[in-house]
Design a protein around this ligand. Structure first.
Ligand code: COA
Ligand code: ZN
Length: 497
């Protein structure tokens, strides 16, 4: 149970399930939010949004950014071009910038003229894709794959070959395609589970076979999430020898998307002790991509969802209050978040007492039991706000526990004077109105500034009215000054400040 196996931060690694991985893993992330992510129905990022996302991804520490398929549309071309520009200027410091391309010379030419670090050329390798999409034989496919990769390599750019639909391809043919790609100059091959059909065991086996049968290239896993297996399959691929996992922020992508960056990154740390990105940046990335994509993150989403560290049932909260490890797989601080718990009919005594203490309220055991009883009677409330809880506690204890409304209102009143009247004499008249605390002559659009205090809105109105009806005053404008009034507990209250 050493730190390097991900057992730090007081989280114990269990043997067996979720246990530490014995070998040191070499793995990084390729983020495809800008390419695969923009293939999410309804999503279209602006060029500026893409630049911002790319910069944040680089700062977070992803190894590669798949910036787009330049031949798709003018704005996609522009975005890829400007992201490559950021890399050249040193704004993007680390991430390799990847341009996407079909196995078509025109696509390659358009991508190559932007001089990305790498071109990723995809081609379907399953019989379904060969027959119905490409309408070529296996032999023809191999010659196309070899030819286009050689063509791209002539531009002096690194090439990744993506074996699309690899998980439904005949293994022997897949291996031939990988070899052809390597011989033509590709240094990486992405194994795409294009329809999310694989299982972790099958994926691990596939990568073990490929890395052993064709060790001359490095392997990526591109796992779609149609059956909810994308993260599991990505981890299994890494166990089988893959060194790059394709991800998108919030798991965006075609249909059910691909493996979410935030989940993969946390899982790699939790299970293998590997830090692939700065985890404290993933929540910010998620919120940004949620806003720019318009695709909401559900509350139950792992890592970034609103509820990811919120406990509800009394038994859970009691456990977490004693030791968070009881119901948390890793501490929320890993991703810069904090834990919380809700109060409702599922609440127990310990949770309720802890919440009241947090609100600065101490109650006797009998009062606690009574408050809990009343909380549970509010079955219709989805959860009780602190305000609701304090109201119940006031009813039960008979003590004032909630902050009182402010006892005084302060306002600033600006005054414009009639043009022909001497400002100083108006100011003098205003200064004797009860409630006017301070008077100052000012320059600019207004002539006089007043500070006014009143005990109630009605009284404030009276003061302002008196100001308005003062001779020489042409116009007034009133601004309320809001200030935090110290929360005294009222009579016998115990609320702390
Ligand atoms: N390599 C080479 N050709 C491919 C291919 C590949 N990996 N995948 C598909 N094709 C061919 C198809 O066989 C089809 O050819 P056909 O017209 O002879 O039948 C064509 O590409 C795709 O059809 P279509 O989209 O109608 O062609 P298009 O020329 O109008 O547009 C794109 C091509 C790529 C510009 C357009 O589809 C597009 O903007 N796509 C968005 C990006 C995309 O599809 N990415 C997939 C990533 S997995
Ligand atoms: Zn995909």
């Amino acid at each position: 149970m050493s730190e390097q196996n991900g057992c730090s931060n007081g989280i114990a690694c269990l043997g067996g399930v979720g246990g530490p991985w014995p070998r040191r893993l070499r793995v990084g992330l390729l983020d495809s939010t800008l390419r695969e992510g923009e293939q999410t129905p309804g999503v279209s990022f602006t060029v500026e949004q893409k630049l911002e996302i790319a910069r944040l991804l680089d700062e977070a520490g992803v190894s590669m950014i798949e910036a787009g398929h330049p031949n798709v549309a003018p704005d996609v071309y522009e975005a890829v071009k400007r992201i490559i520009g950021l890399k050249r200027e040193g704004v993007i410091r680390r991430a390799e910038i990847v341009a996407h391309s079909r196995a078509v010379k025109k696509d390659i030419e358009v991508a190559a003229e932007l001089e990305p670090d790498r071109i990723a050329i995809f081609y379907g390798v399953s019989d379904i894709h060969l027959r119905y999409k490409h309408r070529v034989s296996r032999e023809e496919a191999l010659s196309i794959i070899g030819e286009v990769i050689e063509y791209a390599r002539q531009y002096g750019v690194k090439v990744r070959f993506t074996a699309e639909d690899a998980t439904r391809a005949d293994y022997g043919f897949l291996l031939e395609a990988v070899r052809t790609a390597r011989e033509a100059g590709a240094d990486r091959v992405s194994i795409a589970d294009t329809v999310g059909i694989a299982t972790p065991y099958a994926i691990r086996r596939l990568f073990e076979r490929l890395t052993s049968d064709e060790p001359g290239v490095e392997y990526d896993i591109h796992a779609h999430n149609d059956l909810g297996m994308a993260v599991a399959n990505s981890l299994a691929a890494v166990e089988g020898g893959a060194t790059i996992i394709h991800v998108t922020v919030n798991g965006l992508g075609e249909r059910a998307g691909i493996a979410p960056l935030e989940q993969v990154a946390v899982a790699l740390k939790r299970h293998y002790g590997v830090d692939v990105v700065d985890l404290r940046r993933v929540v910010r990335l998620s919120r940004l991509v949620e806003r720019y994509s318009g695709i909401p993150v559900p509350p139950t989403a792992p890592v970034v969802g609103e509820n990811a560290f919120v406990h509800k049932a009394g038994v859970h909260v009691a456990g977490v209050l004693a030791n968070p490890e009881t119901y948390e797989p890793y501490p929320p601080e890993w991703v810069g978040r904090s834990r919380d718990y809700t109060i409702d009919k599922y609440t127990g005594r310990r949770a309720l007492q802890a919440r009241l203490e947090r609100l600065g309220v101490r109650v006797s055991d009998e009062e606690l039991v009574e408050i809990l009883k009343r909380v549970k009677q509010r079955a219709s409330a989805r959860w009780l706000r602190d305000e609701d809880l304090l109201e119940i506690a006031e009813e039960v204890t008979g003590r004032a526990l909630r902050p009182r409304p402010p006892e005084e209102i302060e306002a600033l009143v600006t005054v414009k004077c009639e043009a022909n009247i001497y400002t100083t004499s108006v100011a003098r008249r205003l200064s004797i109105i009860p409630g006017v605390e301070e008077v100052a002559e000012v320059t600019g659009e207004n002539d006089i500034l007043l500070r006014v205090r009143a005990k109630s809105p009605v009284e404030l109105n009276q003061v302002v009215e008196a100001i308005r009806s003062t001779r020489g005053v042409r116009e007034t404008y009133t601004m309320l000054v809001l200030r935090r009034i110290p929360m005294s507990g009222g009579n016998g209250g115990q609320r702390q400040q």
